[in-house]
Design a protein around this ligand. Structure first.
Ligand SMILES: [Zn+2]
Length: 439
């Protein structure tokens, strides 16, 4: 993803100085007016939402209460993939940053966002980390991810973020940690597990001086994060964020997931009826992005399960909504014939990177380990997919990752089977024991 330009950086710095006025970003915002603003923009600016709202008999001006908002139809990833540019606000096509939803659903969606969207996203992130991690202006963050975040700092010096590309070997991540000495590390839980093994091999184990680790992009258990916290000697807090909706919730030091209300309006819907779930009852997470006004996400079905609660947390955050019983997708690791494990995050990144760099027209995939020496990539092909040539490309690429002791087959299928909970699972292992993944 390209970085924010100089003008955008200056705008962000100015805005940050202004927003830091007493509690502007932290104050309970009027989410409802933000939601309405997004509704009007989507209806006026995109063919997709106009047609969708018209078909449902809903006009943004009729949405005056949260009750009215329930009449706005939900949006699915399939619909957005099918809509393409029709779901992007007309005036902004072509000048947006494009990121890809690699939210582990195994289905590829380009998400478009403008400089303004990313500036807001960055400021909300800084504010959330200040509150829940105790982030300070001079701290440096090391962000290990598949794609670079466009934000690097505020004003060149404050809240700096350096990027580490997840596809690099984990040994390089260890080197970066030891060389750059960031205060905060943002990392996939599965990669944090690999990192821990790499660091353990060093003798003596160096002091890292981390103040916090944020896990992101994959589900991990609290028990596993507690283990990581003991190893890294700092709190390990989970961020629940998606490409489509941004940061939905961030764990504080007491383990509570506080909703990041400035970024998205979160709802929980009953999985069977689509009606709002009762408070505290688990259901499907549906979100409306209040920041991305380039490619609006309105009542977007995130395909994860959670419940919304409300609590006064010992961390001292103002009483507000929390996300409980978060149950996302659970991916597996693969085991190579020599016993080496490959983390689900690495497998997922590898596959996405391959699809993007080789421009493979793959609408959906699932990578399945069927035996110790056999892996199958199930592919739902788009019109531009060339089965023989592209399967060769896939096999050649995975040989690098999995070694030539593993046979990789590519199979075209009409659709990918979902789990009982209706989820896409992009990385799956049929080997026994593989459900006991460390994350
Ligand atoms: Zn808290």
């Amino acid at each position: 993803m390209r970085k924010l330009g100089i003008a955008a950086q200056i705008a962000m710095t100015a805005r940050f100085a202004w927003e830091r006025g007493p509690g502007r970003l932290t104050a309970e915002r009027d989410r409802f007016s933000d939601v309405r603003r997004v509704l009007f923009r989507a209806y006026g600016g995109t063919e997709f939402y106009r047609a969708k709202f018209d078909a449902a008999g809903v006009h943004p001006r009729d949405v005056r209460t949260w009750q009215d908002f329930q009449n706005v139809p939900v949006t699915t990833k399939d619909e957005l993939v099918a809509a393409g540019e029709a779901a992007i606000v007309r005036a902004e096509t072509g000048k947006a940053h494009v990121s890809r939803s690699s939210g582990s659903s195994g289905q590829v969606l380009d998400v478009h966002g403008s400089d303004t969207n990313w500036i807001k996203d960055s400021l909300i992130g800084v504010e959330a980390y200040r509150r829940h991690l105790g982030l300070r202006i001079g701290d440096r963050q090391l962000y290990a991810n598949t794609s670079e975040y466009p934000y690097r700092s505020i004003g060149g010096l404050g809240y700096r973020v350096a990027y580490f590309e997840n596809l690099r070997p984990v040994g390089e991540l260890a080197d970066r940690l030891l060389r750059d000495r960031p205060q905060v590390l943002l990392v996939y839980p599965s990669i944090a597990a690999e990192l821990r093994e790499t660091l353990r091999a060093l003798n003596p184990l160096p002091a890292l001086g981390l103040r916090a680790v944020i896990t992101h992009s994959e589900q991990s258990s609290q028990a596993f994060r507690d283990e990581l916290a003991a190893f890294f000697d700092c709190p390990v807090q989970d961020e629940y964020a998606t490409e489509e909706l941004g940061r939905l919730a961030l764990q504080c030091r007491h383990g509570t997931y506080h909703l990041v209300e400035a970024q998205s309006h979160c709802e929980i819907l009953d999985q069977d009826t689509g009606a709002p779930a009762a408070p505290g009852e688990p259901g499907e997470i549906v979100g409306t992005n209040l920041v991305n006004t380039t490619m609006p996400m309105i009542r977007y079905r995130q395909n994860d399960i959670g419940a919304i609660g409300s609590t006064t947390c010992p961390c001292g955050a103002p009483r507000g909504r929390t996300l409980d019983q978060l149950l996302g997708r659970r991916n597996s690791f693969f085991t190579l014939p020599g016993g080496t494990r490959i983390a689900s995050g690495r497998l997922l990144d590898w596959t996405y990177h391959l699809i993007l760099s080789e421009r493979l027209d793959i609408a959906q995939f699932q990578l399945v380990q069927t035996a110790l020496d056999r892996v199958v990539l199930l592919v739902v092909a788009g019109p531009g997919y060339r089965p023989e040539r592209d399967a060769d490309v896939v096999r050649a690429s995975f040989r690098h990752l999995l070694s030539d002791r593993v046979t990789v087959d590519v199979e075209n299928v009409p659709h990918i089977r979902r789990t009982a909970a209706g989820k896409h699972l992009p990385i799956r292992s049929e080997l026994p024991m593989s459900s006991a993944q460390p994350a």
